[in-house]
Design a protein around this ligand. Sequence first.
Ligand code: S3P
Length: 424
Amino acid sequence: MTEIAPAGPVRGTVEVPGDKSISHRALLLNALATGSARVRGLLRGEDVLRSLAAVRALGVQVDDDGTELVVHGTGKLVEPDDVIDCGNSGTTTRLLVGILAAEPFFSVLTGDGSLRGRPMGRVVAPLRSLGARIDGRGDGTRCPLAIRGGGLRRGDHVLPVASAQVKTALLLAGRREGASVREPGVSRDHTERMLARMGAGLTVHDGGTHLVLEPVERLDPLDVDVPRDLSSAAFWLVAASILPGSSLRLPRVLVNPTRAGVIDALQAMGAAVQVRPIEAAGAEPVADLEVTAAPLRGTRIAGDLALRCLDELPVLAVAAAFADGDTEIRDAEELRVKESDRIARVCVGLRALGVEVEELPDGMIVRGGRPTGPARIDARGDHRLAMAFAVAGCAAPGGVRIDGSEGVATSYPGFWTDLSRLRA
Ligand code: S3P
């Protein structure tokens, strides 16, 4: 349990940790390469450490001096001698299912209670259609999943839901035979950017919604300097916006357009967020961010914008609670199958803070005003809920008490330390 008392402004510089999506991919994609790749700025969150342990369990040597990791890919994985525990990490699980579906050996993936409740059929069904033998609870729709891979056909997939994890899994499963993947919207494109730099024949069509991967002979190792995570920066963008007198600088943050919807949404609400692009050697756009407090107004977050800020919607709902007027969040049904049902849990939490909120199947309408508190919030171990409500607690007169707050280590282990430092 963590208690957050209301406080004054947040000020200073905050170096948020490395991007979670890119950290996973830096390990998992380089594990498939032939040669050694250096990775700097890796997020040392629990989810990424699961990917690191998995890569090692698959026979890939990874040296780690605490600052830099070197992944020594040999172009070959070996059968793991135990079950791979993916913990809370959906990205580790789904990307690994794709990777392992193409490997001619037996492997089993499982995870914690939250992960075992998350849908896996969306990746298992298309892989089965290519000839992968995958079994699991609920006819392969839930972990544990048992995989006997290899001998796949070339895939031609049309995804019903835009998902970077599923898209990536299908591209990685198709690394030997090739694959075509179409999705209804453009999900985050880190995999495409990295695979292209690793020498894969990957072409992007129809505004990013259709990817074609040619059979890959060998992947070159790719050095990665991981930019900082905009999803983690989002908590500070909102905290600084709603706490009068605040002023924060967030250096070297990833601003990939498929991820940067939170900046667009906050700016539409009147937030004073400045984006100063900087030179970065890697595949991704990076910027220094600056934010000062500003009065917020309600907005509408739907369609493509909702997809580009899906992970940040809980903290955007908190921003909406402190804004003038209503904020409507739509087209975000995927939020119900994240680490928790984030639509339901955000509505419960906001109501506990005295905020009027209408729950919708695919989102919510938050009636802005002044949340009151004190409130007791159960984050159910969901990292993004714990951090979003910590931000609310800083600005709500009565503060909040958060149960299940230990979950922040999933993506932002230093969050509580940064919070106390910035409020001091
Ligand atoms: C991720 C993709 C997103 C996101 C998740 C990380 C990734 O999920 O919510 O936190 O690294 O590929 P989708 O698979 O729904 O796009």
